[in-house]
Each structure stands twice: as structure tokens, then as C-alpha cells.
Design a protein around this ligand. Structure first.
Ligand code: ACO
Length: 377
């Protein structure tokens, strides 16, 4: 029996060719391409193609893929109606999970080994997740959903469906980079839960709804929301040092700092940070970012020697906040990027599938006596 590793820490759960991470050097690659390169030269849709199919598309392939995605953005009225029936104070991640699970009933895709089913299911899910998130976000405030606009790119269209305004190009570009950065991240909790579901040969909708459920927990997808709360609580640059010192003295963590894998600054946070001055120049300064810069400076001085640095969530919430995205939509935005990674792992898993069936170390009792109810203490 191999050694027990709580949380399966350090136990490989799959062999994969999708992404690679070196946490000591701060390297992240998708299909062998450095994340910095993709953030600068590619875009979310091309990166999605790369992650799903293992190579960059030729021009005609990218045109077809983009057109397919565009033509599948709409969601059925019955999915909208289903979301209307959900409590308006419920968390958008729960609504997303319910809607994605329901999608699978409209698009039967049980023959999961069929490459056409794999491709169609992937396109539908990548295309429809933004529409679901935006529709629910509007309906919970009593507004009508806004249908997608075919003339807008993936990220611009999402912001349009959310606000009713076509965003200006910089806003759409920054969101597109953020989605690219969140599209995949080796074996993490949500990807693993998607793989466990995939290994039973469940369909893509079920796989993705499992992964969404796992992403919804605060230890996985929710840290960027908490970063905003922390920055608001700190209030000003002058309060940063006393606030951080008290947190650490009380044994609490600094939100947006630290990562299980990265022992240097998360490369994704550096990429986002480089885009931020352009945003603020165009849309006005962000007091939150000014506080965040000081939190980074003091936080690294206090924790850097332990390998604790800002992670991607430290800056992503500030970016989304500047775009006018509600705080509780930050994790759904993460999901509409990470759906690509989940699907890439789903397709890879099916090439050499083994149902996940780990073992456990039983620590309970044996051979107990069954006492009739009137004789039990
Ligand atoms: N602030 C202060 N101390 C920290 C932090 C932090 N953010 N992160 C880790 N530490 C300290 C711990 O207190 C612990 O110290 P000790 O050895 O003196 O007891 C040590 O570093 C190891 O901490 P673990 O939690 O065991 O490290 P792990 O690698 O499991 O944690 C994690 C990674 C969960 C991300 C952690 O750093 C954390 O909770 N950070 C804050 C939440 C956060 O930002 N999450 C987003 C992660 S990125 C993402 O999911 C996209």
C-alpha cells in the first residue's frame, strides 16, 4: 500500500500533455507555450483551440472554430426559465452549475468517445457559459437577459451581455487576457473532480457541472473576492503595515498571497499587473490598486522569504472590479475561462480511460454486536 498523502498532495493523478508548471522558477506553459507568449500574442479563443486540440490552428481552422462558437452562444428559453425560478439571492456559481447540468438534457452527448461529440460538446459549453452567467446576473436584479451579439468577440460579447454596452477595446482586451490566464492550470481540485466524473464516461455537461461545483468552494475559486474585501477593510496605504502585521500575529492568511505550487510570484499575476496601468490611465485611478501595491510591497517583505508571493487572484479581482463586474461573479468568470482546461482534460482522459477508484485506510470498528433498540444505552 503506498503512503497515505492527505489531499493526495504530490500524488500524480494523470499523465498529461496539456499544461506544465514550475513553481520554483515561476513558469507556466500551455501545450509547451509560455503563458507570457500566449497572453501577448494569442487570444482566449485561439488558446482554447490550442488547449483542446494540442496545436495552434491554421487561419481557416480558427475562423471555423470562432464561427462555431459564435453560432452556439444562444441558450434555450427553457434554460433561461430554469434560472428565473432560482432564488435571486442564491450564489451565481450554484445557478451556473444547475444550468450547465440541465444543458446536457437538451444536447444528448452520451457517446463520449466520438470525436464529433467531444468537439460539439466543447464548443457548446465554451460558447454558452458566458451567456448563462450574464443572463443569470441580469435576471437576479429583475432585468431581462441580453441576447449575444455576433459581431463582438468572445470577451467583448460577455461584457455586452452583462451590461448592455459594447465595451471599449481595451476593456475587452484585458478581460480576454484574464480569461487566457485562467484557462488551464495543471491538476487542481476542479480539474480533478471533472476527471473523476469523466472517468465514469459521464457526458461533458456532467463533467463540467461537477468541476463548477468544486470550483465554487472558497479554497479554490473564491480568493479574489476576499482580496477586494481585504483591500476595502485596509482602506488606505498608511494602514497596510499595521493591518498585515496584525493578521500575521493572529495566525491569519493574507488573501491573494501564497500558492501550493508557486514559490515565487505567480507569472499570471505579473502579466495582469502589467496591463493595469493602461486600464487606470483610460478609466481613472483605482484606490484599491494603490492599496494593493503597498500590500504587495509590505507582504513580500514579510512573507517573501517563506516563498509566499502574490498569486493571480491578488490582481484579478481589482481588474474585474474596474470593469464593473459584481464581486460574486468573479468565480463564474473564472469558470468561463477554466471550462477550456476541464474539457481538454476530459478529452485527454477518454483516450486512455481508467475509472478513478482510489482506496482508503479503514480506521473504524469490526464485528460489532447489533443490540435491539430497547436495549441500547
Ligand atoms: N498569508 C500568510 N501566510 C501564509 C499564506 C498567506 N496567504 N499562505 C501560506 N502561508 C503560510 C501558512 O501560514 C503556513 O505557515 P507555517 O508553516 O508557519 O504554518 C505556510 O505558509 C504554509 O501554508 P499552507 O496553507 O499549508 O500552504 P499551501 O501551499 O497549502 O497553501 C494556499 C496554498 C491555500 C493558496 C495558501 O497560500 C492560502 O490560503 N492563500 C490565501 C488564499 C488565496 O490567495 N488563494 C488563492 C490561491 S490561487 C488560486 O486558487 C487561483
Amino acid at each position: 500500500m503506498p503512503d497515505y498523502s492527505p489531499g493526495l498532495a504530490g500524488v500524480p493523478a494523470a499523465k498529461s500533455k496539456i499544461s506544465y508548471l514550475d513553481g520554483q522558477k515561476g513558469i507556466l506553459e500551455y501545450r509547451g507555450f509560455r503563458i507570457e507568449l500566449l497572453a501577448e500574442k494569442s487570444n482566449f479563443i485561439e488558446t482554447a483551440y490550442l488547449l483542446l486540440f494540442g496545436r495552434l490552428p491554421a487561419a481557416a481552422e480558427l475562423r471555423r472554430f470562432s464561427a462555431d462558437l459564435c453560432s452556439h452562444r444562444r441558450i434555450k428559453y427553457r434554460i433561461t426559465d430554469l434560472m428565473k425560478c432560482l432564488p435571486e439571492h442564491g450564489h451565481p456559481m450554484d445557478a451556473l452549475q444547475a444550468a450547465v447540468a440541465a444543458l446536457g438534457m437538451f444536447y444528448p452527448a452520451k457517446n463520449v468517445r466520438d470525436p464529433e461529440i467531444q468537439s460539439n460538446s466543447s464548443v457548446r459549453l465554451i460558447a454558452k457559459l458566458p451567456t448563462i452567467v450574464a443572463a443569470h446576473a441580469r435576471m437576479r436584479h429583475g432585468d431581462d437577459p441580453i441576447p449575444p451579439r455576433d459581431d463582438l468577440g468572445h470577451s467583448a460579447n460577455f461584457l455586452y451581455m452583462l451590461t448592455g454596452q459594447a465595451p471599449d477595446p481595451l476593456m475587452a482586451e484585458v478581460l480576454d487576457v484574464a480569461l487566457t490566464l485562467h484557462a488551464e492550470h495543471t491538476m487542481n481540485a476542479s480539474t480533478f473532480s471533472g476527471l473523476v466524473t469523466a472517468s465514469t464516461l459521464a457526458d461533458a455537461y456532467t463533467v463540467v457541472s461537477s468541476a463548477i461545483g468544486t470550483l465554487s468552494g472558497p479554497l479554490h475559486g473564491g480568493a479574489n473576492e476576499q482580496v477586494i474585501d481585504m483591500l476595502l477593510e485596509i482602506g488606505s496605504k498608511a494602514n497596510v503595515r499595521p493591518y498585515l502585521e496584525k493578521k500575521l500575529a493572529d495566525g491569519e492568511k493574507i488573501m491573494g498571497f501564497g500558492h501550493r505550487e508557486y514559490k515565487v510570484k505567480d507569472p499570471r499575476s505579473s502579466i495582469l499587473q502589467k496591463l493595469m496601468p493602461r486600464m487606470f490611465e483610460q478609466y481613472g485611478r483605482s484606490p484599491l490598486y494603490e492599496t494593493a501595491q503597498e500590500v504587495e510591497r509590505v507582504g513580500v517583505a514579510l512573507l517573501g522569504s517563506k516563498g509566499i508571493h502574490p498569486n493571480v487572484d491578488f490582481f484579478s479581482g481589482i481588474v474585474y472590479e474596474k470593469m464593473g463586474i459584481d464581486k460574486d461573479l468573479f468565480t463564474p468568470v473564472f469558470a468561463l475561462a477554466r471550462v477550456v482546461g476541464w474539457l481538454a482534460h476530459w478529452i485527454e482522459q477518454l483516450k486512455d480511460n481508467h475509472i478513478f477508484r482510489p482506496t482508503e485506510i479503514y480506521e473504524g470498528e469490526h464485528e460489532r454486536q447489533y443490540l435491539p433498540i430497547d436495549q441500547r444505552p
